[in-house]
Write a protein that binds this ligand. Structure first.
Ligand SMILES: Cc1ncc(COP(=O)(O)O)c(C=O)c1O
Length: 418
């Protein structure tokens, strides 16, 4: 792997930069959403990637990286897992999007109903946003009530009801109210204020805020939420899209002993093939059955077959438990590398989904310098987002990462004069 020291600093990302300037002419903002360079460190990061394998990705300029974003969490087994892709790509070759669903859709729903705790049925879609948006619609229809409660700073997708698009002309947020995560008194006050009007509370298994540290659920959180929902006859929706299969094979709610009415999954469920799933308890099946649910690509065969294989490998290889161990090893090694350069790191969230920042800098300026230096060292981390550990990350990857991290911490110290 080439390191920054071998590269002329300028020129490393030339193709990315050229592509970006072409993109700005024909694509709004060049690259939209969370992959816009503004969310990384403009000028100091690759913007376009061409290929990936295992734990590695290659950018448009041919630079190689050990990657800790894992396709924003989706590549839980590593990029291009041979078993998953062999079956999925063979099926795509035979015909992916047919007039009616593939038989494997039934098999996948059966497997999920058997494995995901408390859930009886599945609806398949493409993006996590499809699943969360469908969940709140079903909750409103089922309860006949309009309000949805979510935690401040939570991310449930890019639909108007939950995204950062907050324009008065878009009325979708009118009946969505927020509360500080983990504050049961604040939630109780909302239940009092909106008595008789609440359709659902939607939560992520732990709080991975859009900005800042992750928070684990406080003691007694789930029993208290469930009690409030029961009294109000509101539904409890678990948005497991980011965390699924990194905490428990039976769903992250099983890890925390929570009992949601519906569970939203996406990202890792098909190891990077486009699939999201909304699952629910039997008592909601009639409501879901009467609701018009569809999407042109939602029942395509390849991702469904990829999910069946992903679940098989996750279980057979004990991936979930292995990821906890790898995550702890990663966290400890990174903290040690920081300490050797005089920095303390705050690492929050579950071990396989760590959010890393300099303890002295909650505004993440140090993260920006450190992470862009890591990119120059051939390690891809995001300055403002949690990382993801995959089954493909090896001890050798970690050792290289810790070495690069130490140099990047030293660079950061010099940069800020700390
Ligand atoms: C917790 C959570 N919910 C929902 C979503 C939306 O998923 P998608 O981007 O596939 O629509 C995400 C995506 O990051 C997420 O992390």
């Amino acid at each position: 792997m080439s390191s920054y020291a071998d590269e002329p600093g300028r020129g490393r990302y030339d193709k990315s930069m050229d592509l970006f300037s072409r993109a700005t002419r024909v694509i709004p903002s060049g690259i939209y959403g969370s992959k816009n360079p503004g969310f990384l460190v403009a000028g100091e990061y690759p913007y376009f990637f061409t290929r990936a394998e295992g734990s590695r990705v290659w950018d448009a300029d041919g630079n190689e990286y050990i990657d800790y974003m894992c396709g924003f969490g989706s590549q839980i087994l590593g990029y291009g897992n041979a078993e998953v892709d062999r079956d999925a790509l063979a099926r795509i070759g035979d015909g992916d999007l047919l007039p009616c669903p593939p038989p494997e859709m039934v098999e996948l729903a059966e497997v999920l109903a058997g494995e995901i705790k408390g859930m009886d049925w599945s609806v398949f879609a493409k993006n996590g946003t499809d699943a969360t948006t469908l969940a709140i619609s079903l909750a409103r229809v089922h309860t006949g009530k309009p309000y949805v409660l979510m935690a401040e700073g939570a991310y449930h997708g890019a639909a108007n009801w939950c995204s950062s698009n907050d324009y008065p002309i878009l009325k979708d947020k009118a009946e969505v109210r927020t509360f500080p995560y983990g504050d049961i008194d604040a939630l109780r006050r909302l239940f009092q204020e909106l008595r008789g009007l609440i359709a659902a509370v939607i939560l992520t298994p732990y709080h991975h805020a859009v900005f800042g540290d992750s928070l684990m659920p406080p003691e007694g959180w789930y029993p208290a939420v469930e009690d409030l929902c029961r009294r109000e006859r509101a539904l409890f929706i678990m948005d497991d899209i980011r965390a699924n299969f990194r905490l428990s094979y039976a769903g992250s709610h099983a890890h925390f002993g929570a009992n949601p009415h519906m569970v939203c999954m996406g990202k890792a469920v098909a190891n990077g093939h486009p699939l999201a799933v909304l699952m629910g308890r039997g008592e909601l099946k009639k409501t879901a059955g009467g609701f018009f649910i569809t999407g042109t690509f939602w029942m395509s065969a390849g991702p469904i077959i990829a999910a069946l294989k992903t679940l098989e490998v996750l279980k057979r290889e004990g991936v979930v438990e292995g990821l906890q161990d790898k995550g702890r090893r990663f966290r400890d090694g990174l903290k040690q590398a920081a300490a050797s350069e005089g920095y303390e790191l705050t690492v929050s969230g579950p071990p396989a989904i760590p959010f890393v920042r300099f303890s002295s800098d909650p505004d993440l300026y140090h993260n920006q310098v450190w992470a862009s230096r890591m990119a120059a060292e051939g390690i891809f981390v995001h300055p403002h987002h949690n990382m993801f550990i995959s089954h493909a990350h090896s001890e050798d990857d970690f050792l290289r990462t810790f070495e690069a991290a130490r140099r990047a911490f030293a660079y950061t110290r010099e940069h800020f004069g700390d």
